[in-house]
Design a protein around this ligand. Structure first.
Ligand code: GDP
Length: 312
């Protein structure tokens, strides 16, 4: 596409990956950088697991299990079944092919690669030509504060299936974390023409990225359009705990809630057509279109709509 300038997309896992795929269908590799949340990352069986980076990698690499919403298509479970036989912890499912990625990431990190370098190497292995970088190379861990106490994010999300009521959340290590070199470079790039906040969970997928020291301020000063696609449609989330989190944090489960959450960061909020009748009291522009991304055509159409808003 003849888009004048570069685009930065801020992205979590499933919802973010869908729009990222649409963007990669339109933009050349040099025109797009996707920055992915790493607050969900954790170590399991000694292996570094990066759920959002891997979801985006499998999606852009064309190997994701779309029905399941996580992991790979055509997965086998020999290792996991053996772990079960051995009485190991099995609340976090790890397929054989998926495990290979975590093993290779472990090897690369142990060999001294940064997370950014390890990510680039892994993405190359999946023939992903577009540029996807972690938000930081430093350790950041999302902690869910709940009625059952503090829960590391994967324990809340997978082990407890998002059941505990949340009272708050925090990102351990965020004060000392720096944006990754690729993230910093795009923020400093004079060719940056606009930012797209993917329809990811605002609290636990996008907020860690925006909470890195200096990032929100830097984006505010760039003077480029910042648009967000709302992950809330018809007062509900398409998937995952976003709506439940809005409710439990006493925030409106609506596009208004999303707009309020991002506040003056945004120039445009992109809202699903079916929510036109929701009264919105916002200072940003509101753009209505179909934001439900079931097919590849849906993803490309939404990406096109986002780029048309950004285009000067
Ligand atoms: P996670 O880290 O895997 O949970 O993924 P994300 O944070 O990137 O995505 C979760 C969010 O994506 C949820 O709040 C969903 O409502 C939203 N989402 C998923 N699919 C769609 C879609 O097709 N359209 C829109 N607008 N939002 C979506």
């Amino acid at each position: 596409m003849n888009f004048g300038g570069k685009v930065l997309a801020l992205c979590g896992g499933v919802g973010g990956a869908k729009l990222a795929l649409g963007l990669t269908e339109i933009l050349d590799p040099g025109q797009l950088r996707v920055v992915v949340n790493t607050g969900d990352d954790f170590t399991h069986f000694g292996l570094p697991i990066c759920p959002d980076l891997d979801t985006v990698m499998y999606t852009l690499g064309g190997v994701s299990n779309r029905q399941q919403g996580w992991g790979r298509e055509g997965e086998s479970w020999n290792c996991f079944d053996t772990l079960k036989d051995l009485g190991a912890e099995t609340w976090f499912q790890l397929g054989d092919r998926d495990l290979a990625v975590h093993l290779q990431r472990r090897a690369l990190l142990d060999a001294g690669y940064s997370l950014s370098e390890a990510t680039a190497t892994l993405y190359q292995g999946f023939d992903v030509r577009h540029d996807v970088v972690p938000m930081t190379d430093d350790p950041v861990a999302t902690i869910i504060e709940s009625a059952q106490g503090d829960l590391p994010f994967q324990h809340y999300f997978v082990r407890h299936r998002c059941q505990p009521a949340i009272t708050g959340y925090r990102f351990n290590g965020i004060e000392d974390a720096r944006p990754s070199p690729g993230f910093q470079a795009i923020l400093d790039d004079p060719a940056l023409a606009g930012i797209i906040v993917c329809p990811s969970n605002p609290f636990v997928s996008v907020s860690p990225i925006l909470s890195l020291p200096g990032v929100r301020e830097r984006i505010g000063k760039l003077g480029v359009p910042v648009i967000a696609v709302s992950p809330i449609v018809g007062g509900a989330a398409i998937k995952g705990p976003a709506a439940k989190m809005f409710r439990e944090l006493d925030l409106p489960v609506s596009n208004q809630g999303v707009a309020d959450f991002y506040g003056d960061l945004l120039s445009t909020l992109v809202v699903n057509d079916s929510d036109r009748s929701e009264p919105l009291n916002v200072s940003t522009q509101v753009y209505y279109c179909r934001t439900l991304m079931h097919s590849l055509a849906d993803k490309v159409a939404l990406a096109e709509a986002c780029l048309s808003i950004l285009k000067p």
